[in-house]
Design a protein around this ligand. Structure first.
Ligand code: GLN
Length: 472
């Protein structure tokens, strides 16, 4: 299977493959790995039909930049006339009436969307076990989770069911599954990519993220979908630079790693040892790698969860069984219609978060939790940026452990710890990427997270490309 769009384009141009053939190859893999439960709905017929028309355009030299790129989309993006469920039951068989901006932009450049991927319900989770469609399995060991919430997206790339996958990352949902599956996962700066048509979980954190196996395809997609959008007033008006990779050879970087990440209780010894090895490698290559203090690490996770619960409880109030989606059959009056439809329609984790969010926003506790967390958030952003004003990047392990066994974590608090290192970039709104950097003793992949300053995606991708090509 192809690993990069460049190789695909070469073969498309010399005629050794067609888009139609390419789509059929991906479909073969989708069916072969159906047992991993990564894809909720396969758009087989329409993908083949689109491939045919793109082949025709290629012949006339009129094809877009993403011709030859086959993509999956997480079940949280509106795709006109396609079912959207957020891996839950409350949306019923709802069909989107318009395209998310990112979908429009992919289609405009001739990408082919081949399926909708499984995820944690409403993107809430770290293992992809909170899905109404059942858990997704990691392609490297089907007893283990792929991470979450974009677990299906990660596995679709991992097992070559597509070239690139679109996910969403609110607190780590692209970076953490990328690490667990041994692929790349990028969360850009908050506001870099339009969220019009992305189902909201926690609006001040939600980002569109990208999975792939190599940096060029990821950069090409980022370039195609980033930038201002009349339908999303929160998106940055900053110009989108060329993300295509310049060579970082000869560049000497100044890198920081946070002392407290290595001292945190939850980190596994394999991850810690691997991280130290990466640091040594980078030092040997002549980069400055220094330890810095970030005493706020222990506040990052509580801040993230308090704020995202609050925002989720507000965002999810729209699912009430009145205009669309699931409606309970047991209703007697309007009050019971709301109550029963929501009780029956939402899964456990989503309900837990709606209740916690309602609590932290309630009149008596608002200042103690919500207002306080907002203040701590500013502090975390300020302190993280203070480090990034002195260093090019901050390095951390992406996750404290590698992929765990399915069904092993019944304690929600323990699950929240899987996000220990990814949430800092989310709370601070900064871009971060997870890069594969080795395996643990159980042969599961380990990820290195690289965090950069606002809108420094181009530098982040340049460093990533350099790091991945290092002779390690
Ligand atoms: N695992 C985190 C959560 O459950 C992150 C989810 C996400 O990024 N969508 O909130």
């Amino acid at each position: 299977m192809y690993t990069s769009l460049d190789l695909i384009r070469k073969d498309l141009l010399n005629g050794s493959i067609s888009c139609k053939q390419l789509v059929e190859d991906y479909l073969d893999n989708i069916y072969k790995y159906q047992y991993l439960n990564a894809i909720t709905e396969v758009y087989a017929e329409e993908a083949v039909a689109r491939a045919r028309s793109i082949d025709a355009r290629l012949n006339q030299n009129k094809a877009g930049k993403l011709a030859g790129m086959v993509i999956t989309i997480k079940d949280v993006f509106c795709y006109k006339d396609h079912v959207l469920q957020c891996s839950g039951e409350i949306l019923g068989d709802f069909e989107s009436q318009f395209n998310a901006t990112v979908i429009d932009r992919l289609i405009a450049e001739d990408a082919i969307i081949i399926g909708r991927t499984n995820c944690d319900e409403f993107a809430m989770g770290s293992s992809n076990e909170n899905s109404a469609f059942g858990p997704v399995k990691n392609g490297l060991d089907s007893d283990r989770v792929p991470g979450g919430s974009s677990g299906g997206a990660a596995v679709s790339v991992q097992m070559n069911m597509c070239l690139v996958a679109l996910g969403s990352d609110t607190g780590g949902s692209v970076r953490q599954p990328a690490a667990f599956c041994g692929i790349l996962g990028l969360k850009p700066t908050y506001s870099r990519i339009s969220r019009h048509g992305l189902v909201a979980y926690a609006s001040s954190f939600d980002c569109v993220g990208i999975f792939s196996k190599e940096i060029d395809s990821l950069s090409t997609v980022l370039e195609a979908i980033a930038g201002t959008d009349d339908f999303d007033s929160t998106v940055s008006k900053r110009e989108v630079p060329a993300y295509t990779i310049k060579s970082a050879n000869g560049v000497k970087y100044k890198l920081a790693y946070i002392k407290e990440t290595l001292e945190s209780e939850g980190i596994s010894s394999d991850v810690k040892t691997n991280f130290k090895t990466q640091i040594e490698i980078l030092k040997k290559e002549g980069h400055i790698v220094e330890e810095v203090d970030f005493p706020f690490l222990e506040y990052v996770l509580p801040t993230y969860y308090i704020l995202t619960w609050a925002e989720a409880s507000s965002n999810l109030s729209r699912y009430d069984g009145v205009r669309y989606g699931y409606r309970s059959k047991m209703t007697t009056d309007v009050h019971s219609l709301y109550k029963k439809s929501r009780t029956e329609g939402f899964g456990e984790e989503v309900k837990r978060r709606i209740m916690l969010g309602t609590f932290v926003l309630s009149a008596n506790y608002y200042d103690a939790y919500y207002t306080k967390a907002q203040k701590v958030r500013s502090l975390i952003r300020k302190e993280t940026k203070r480090i990034l004003n002195k260093y090019d990047f901050i390095l951390t392990p992406t996750t404290p452990s590698t992929a765990f066994k399915i069904g092993n974590t019944s304690d929600p608090l323990e699950m929240y710890l899987a996000d220990l290192y990814t949430v800092q970039a989310s709370v601070a709104g900064l871009p971060a990427i997870s890069l594969p950097c080795g395996y643990c003793s159980k042969n599961m992949p380990i990820g290195l997270q690289v965090m950069a300053n606002d809108f420094k995606e181009a530098n982040l991708l340049e460093f990533s490309s350099y790091f991945l090509n290092l002779d390690k």
